[in-house]
Design a protein around this ligand. Structure first.
Ligand SMILES: [Mg+2]
Length: 276
């Protein structure tokens, strides 16, 4: 008989393994209870698991997120809804450009574990508060980069005015931390602005996909945030956990590489640029 072992999972549940009466159950034995999988899925959201209606091919759609006014804005395709069904029981950890306020507008999927928001600037616990181990890392950096974000936002406003383009620039905050400069508008205008702003953002990074451009401080780093959680989860897991990543943008690649497996949507930015 195998020795019984009690396993405590991150969400507080416990299960007992190896306590069946024989080493190998016969066909007459009831199926042994399977412990929950020790797996975690790090998921980018927009354009990976949900998107606006214009980006959805035909088919019945499932509501995924509201806009600021509470109106339906983003949806799951049938394929995304089926994928979520397959992953039922696996903790989903969002790794998103959304700040917490915008993440709360996501109605599907629901999140019960950790959250990574604002392109990796914040790592939050299930209680939506920053993990103390992460907060101590970014406190001093945010104090330095807040004024820099305001300064580059002023440069962006001038450039937008000079060019006469319909682009909106805004410094995004998350739980009081300045986290990135967001520019939204036509893709060609954003590409021109990215070139114009790059010299004013020498130590930061730029993220561009479709109608969004973000100027990120160094602490807004999805890979660093995911690595922090992988280390934390692994350190308290009785067996090596399985980590799966899902992302569509080139800027998701560094965090996808940290996972055991990666899921990439068809026709995503990653596929268009790297799967030839
Ligand atoms: Mg995305």
């Amino acid at each position: 008989m195998l020795p019984a072992e009690t396993v405590t999972w991150l969400d507080g549940r416990t299960s007992v393994t190896g306590d069946h009466p024989g080493d190998f159950p016969s066909s007459l034995d009831p199926a042994p209870a399977m412990p929950p999988p020790n797996a975690y899925l790090f998921v980018d959201l927009d354009d990976s698991l949900l998107q606006t209606r214009e980006k959805c091919p035909t088919g019945p759609l499932t509501l995924a997120a509201h806009d600021r006014d509470g109106q339906p804005l983003s949806f799951h395709t049938p394929a995304q809804a089926t994928l979520l069904g397959l992953l039922e029981g696996v903790p989903l950890i969002p790794v998103t450009g959304r700040n917490l306020t915008a993440l709360r507008r996501v109605v599907s999927p629901r999140f019960a574990s950790y959250r990574i928001t604002s392109h990796g600037a914040l790592v939050l616990g299930p209680d939506e508060r920053p993990l103390p181990s992460w907060e101590t890392q970014i406190d001093a950096q945010a104090a330095v980069w807040g004024p820099r974000l305001s300064a580059v936002a002023a440069v962006a406003e001038d450039a937008i005015r000079e060019a006469g383009v319909a682009v909106r620039a805004r410094v995004i905050e998350d739980l009081g931390f300045p986290v990135y400069l967001s520019l939204k508008g036509p893709e060609a205008d954003l590409l021109a602005l990215a070139e114009r702003l790059a010299p004013h953002w020498p130590d930061g990074r730029l993220h561009h996909n479709h109608h969004n451009l973000a100027l990120l401080p160094p602490y807004a780093d999805k890979a660093a945030a995911v690595r922090h959680l992988i280390d934390a989860i692994t350190s308290i897991s009785p067996v090596p956990p399985l980590f799966i990543g899902l992302g569509d943008s080139l800027t998701d690649l560094p965090f996808l590489r940290l996972c055991n497996f990666a899921l990439v949507p068809r026709d995503s930015q990653i596929q268009r640029h790297t799967w030839r």
